[in-house]
Design a protein around this ligand. Structure first.
Ligand SMILES: N=CN[C@@H](CCC(=O)O)C(=O)O
Length: 267
């Protein structure tokens, strides 16, 4: 079986989480998806490529499995990310358009198996890397990397801003982290940005973001139109759009890495 998690260790204070860029679906689970589900439309396409090589010393923790197997950015206890609003669940029953993705719906036993086999190893690795980095630097900053189509009426009205920064209303990181990130995004020419808009940070950001122990987390949800040729299959990577976006992502990551020593011991 494909290893559920890929780790690249660096010696710096930043850890990139990549929960949704994996496309691995074991054959027995793929056989239960319907044709629509097998399109894997809700992948954070090419996000690992987009962030590759932007920051020296960065650590990356990447789930190789697809979010339709089990969603690494959802509470393993099954608690909804946005109670009362349309969202997708731990093992999603629908895609982001609210359409059924299964021919054979997952049972409670299926969910428990996938939680133990995929979700838990990913988070064991992510927690261990954050611990390692924090022991070395006295501080760790988790930057959770995401992307999504910019028009999804089932999830939100209108068109999503280009940079969607989530800190669960400031709870998951030191204020300087969200302030500096927001400033860079707002000043990026030709892009729009919002802090804690529709996307406030998923379970990963909320779970690991503990400023009181010098462990900070921030989520970046990018509109896919900024680095894909089109927000539809075949989800092709657009080198020239990506190159432009990468300059701003580099500035964010470098700024956070430079900030990290000042956060050590602040709390
Ligand atoms: N691309 C993925 N988006 C995240 C959004 C989480 C959130 O902030 O609500 C997800 O569904 O896990």
């Amino acid at each position: 079986m494909t290893d559920p998690v890929e780790i690249k260790r660096g010696d710096g204070p930043i850890v990139l989480g990549l929960p949704h860029t994996g496309t691995y679906v074991p054959g027995d689970i793929a056989a239960k998806l319907n044709d629509r589900g097998r399109e894997l439309a809700d992948t954070d396409w090419h996000i690992h490529t987009l962030y590759d090589g932007l920051l020296d010393g960065v650590t990356t923790v990447r789930a190789t499995f697809h979010r339709y197997v089990i969603d690494a950015n959802r509470d393993p206890e099954g608690v909804s990310l946005y109670p009362g609003q349309n969202t997708t669940t731990l093992v999603p029953l629908t895609d982001f358009d609210g359409e059924n993705i299964w021919d054979v719906a997952p049972t409670e036993d299926d969910i428990a198996y996938r939680a133990a086999t995929f979700h838990a190893p990913y988070h064991k690795a992510l927690a261990a890397e954050l611990e390692r980095v924090r022991a070395k630097h006295g501080v760790a900053i988790l930057y959770d990397c995401h992307s999504i189509r910019s028009n999804i009426p089932f999830l939100f009205d209108g068109t999503l801003p280009d940079f969607n920064i989530g800190t669960n209303l400031g709870a998951t990181c030191d204020p300087m982290i969200e302030t500096l990130t927001s400033e860079i995004c707002s000043q990026a020419q030709g892009y729009s940005a919002v802090l804690n808009g529709r996307f406030k940070g998923g379970w990963t950001t909320r779970h690991y973001g503990r400023p009181e122990i010098n462990q900070h987390a921030i989520q970046m949800e990018l509109a896919q139109s900024n680095y894909l040729t089109a927000e539809e299959a075949p989800w092709s990577y657009d080198e020239s759009r990506a190159a432009k976006l990468r300059t701003h992502l580099t500035e964010i990551l470098k700024t956070l890495a430079d900030l990290a020593p000042a956060l050590r011991g602040k709390s």
